[in-house]
Design a protein around this ligand. Structure first.
Ligand SMILES: NC(=O)c1ccc[n+]([C@@H]2O[C@H](COP(=O)([O-])OP(=O)(O)OC[C@H]3O[C@@H](n4cnc5c(N)ncnc54)[C@H](OP(=O)(O)O)[C@@H]3O)[C@@H](O)[C@H]2O)c1
Length: 309
C-alpha cells in the first residue's frame, strides 16, 4: 500500500481510503469482512458521514462490525463528515448542528474522538466566525483531532480560513476517469469550442496543492453522479479497451488501473473506494504496485472521451 503523510494532519495514512457510504446494506459480519480485508490490504483510513444511511446507519453498522475484526481503535484513522441534512432538505453548518452531528457520530461509532471531521457540502448560509467557534469547541473537548472540508471552492475555503485557526487539511471532491472536471478545465482554458473549458470549481486542485490541502477523490469508479461504474460498461468501449490493455500488461484488474490513474497524479491524492466486495478491495489495492507512465496516464485520459485542444 502506498502511504502518504497529510500536511498538518495524520501521518503515514493509506493512499486508498475505504469509504463506508454503502455499508448499511451489509450484515455486521459482512461489514467486518470489508473492514478487515481493507486493513489487511494496507488501508488504515475509513470515511463516513452522518448522512450515509438512514439515521447514520453506516456509522452504526461500522461500530457493530468493528469488534469482530480484531482491530483496535488506534489502528485506524476514522473520518466523518457533517452538514448534509437529508431529512430537512438543507445543508447546515450552524454551531448547533455541527456539535450535535459530531456527538451523534461519536455515539454511533462508539468512539470518543474523530481523527478528521469534514464539512460535507457548503451551507449557503454559513457564518465562518460561527464555524471557527465550533471547531475550537470540538478541539478543546478532544472530540476532533483535525478539520477539513468537502466539495468546497477555493474562495469559500479562503473565507473559512480568515476565521478558523486550525489548518484545513483535506478537501474531498469528486474525481474519476469519467468525472474528471477537477482536472479538465486547465487543459482547455480559454477555449470557447468546448464545455470542458468551463471552470466548475474555481481551480480547486491547484488551490489545494498550493495550500497543502490533501485532495480525497470520491466515487473514483463511478460515471455521472452515482450512475454506476464505468468499469465494463458498454457505454465506454474505448476507455474499457485501454483499461483492459493496461490491466493485462500489469496483471491487475481494470478497477486497479482506474485507481492507479488517480494515484499517478503528482498532487498525491487519496482515492476513496466504495466497494463492499472484499475481492474487489483486494483487486483495487494492487493499484499501488502499478507504475503508469506519463504516456499511459494520457492514453487513459483521452480514452475517457477528452481530447487535446
Ligand atoms: N464527499 C462527498 O460528497 C462524497 C460523495 C459520494 C461518496 N463519497 C465517499 O466516497 C466513497 C466511495 O464512493 P462510491 O461508492 O461511489 O465509489 P466507487 O468506488 O466509485 O464505486 C463503488 C461502487 O462500484 C461498484 N463496482 C462495480 N464494479 C466494481 C469493481 N470492479 N470494482 C469495484 N467496485 C465496483 C461497487 O459494487 P460492489 O460493492 O459490488 O463492488 C460499488 O457499488 C463513499 O463510500 C464515500 O465515503 C463522498
Amino acid at each position: 500500500m502506498k502511504t502518504i503523510s497529510i500536511a498538518n494532519g495524520p501521518q503515514n495514512v493509506s493512499a486508498i481510503i475505504q469509504g463506508c457510504m454503502r455499508m448499511p446494506a451489509l450484515s455486521k459480519e459482512d461489514a467486518a469482512k470489508v473492514i478487515r480485508t481493507a486493513f489487511d490490504c494496507g488501508i488504515n483510513f475509513f470515511d463516513h458521514a452522518t448522512c450515509y444511511g438512514e439515521n447514520g446507519a453506516a456509522e452504526t453498522r461500522f461500530s457493530e462490525a468493528f469488534p469482530l475484526t480484531g482491530l483496535r481503535r488506534e489502528d485506524i484513522v476514522i473520518q466523518s463528515k457533517c452538514g448534509i441534512c437529508p431529512e430537512r432538505q438543507e445543508f447546515d453548518w450552524t454551531k448547533e448542528n455541527i456539535l450535535s452531528s459530531v456527538d451523534d457520530s461519536l455515539r454511533r461509532l462508539r468512539i470518543d474522538y474523530l481523527d478528521t471531521l469534514l464539512l460535507h457540502r457548503p451551507d449557503l448560509l454559513f457564518d465562518p466566525a460561527e464555524v471557527a467557534e465550533t471547531f475550537d469547541a470540538l478541539e478543546q473537548a478532544g472530540k476532533v483531532r483535525f478539520f477539513g472540508i468537502s466539495n468546497l471552492m477555493p474562495m469559500q475555503i479562503e473565507l473559512l480560513k480568515k476565521y478558523v485557526k486550525q489548518p484545513l487539511i483535506i478537501n474531498q471532491v469528486q474525481l474519476s476517469l469519467e468525472q474528471s472536471q477537477l482536472i479538465d478545465q486547465p487543459l482547455y482554458m480559454n477555449n470557447k469550442t468546448t464545455d470542458y473549458s468551463v471552470s466548475r470549481d474555481g481551480s480547486a486542485l491547484d488551490y489545494c496543492r498550493l495550500h497543502d490541502i490533501t485532495v480525497q477523490a470520491w466515487s473514483p469508479l463511478q460515471k455521472g453522479m452515482f450512475g454506476g461504474t464505468f468499469i465494463d460498461s458498454p457505454d465506454f468501449p474505448e476507455l474499457n479497451k485501454v483499461l483492459g490493455e493496461l490491466a493485462e500488461r500489469e496483471n491487475v484488474s481494470k478497477a486497479a488501473i482506474a485507481i492507479a490513474w488517480i494515484l499517478r497524479h503528482p498532487a498525491n491524492m487519496q482515492a476513496i473506494i466504495g466497494t463492499m466486495n472484499p475481492a474487489h478491495i483486494q483487486d483495487i489495492c494492487a493499484a499501488c504496485d502499478v507504475k503508469l507512465s506519463h504516456h499511459d496516464w494520457y492514453a487513459l485520459y483521452l480514452a475517457s472521451g477528452k481530447f487535446l485542444p
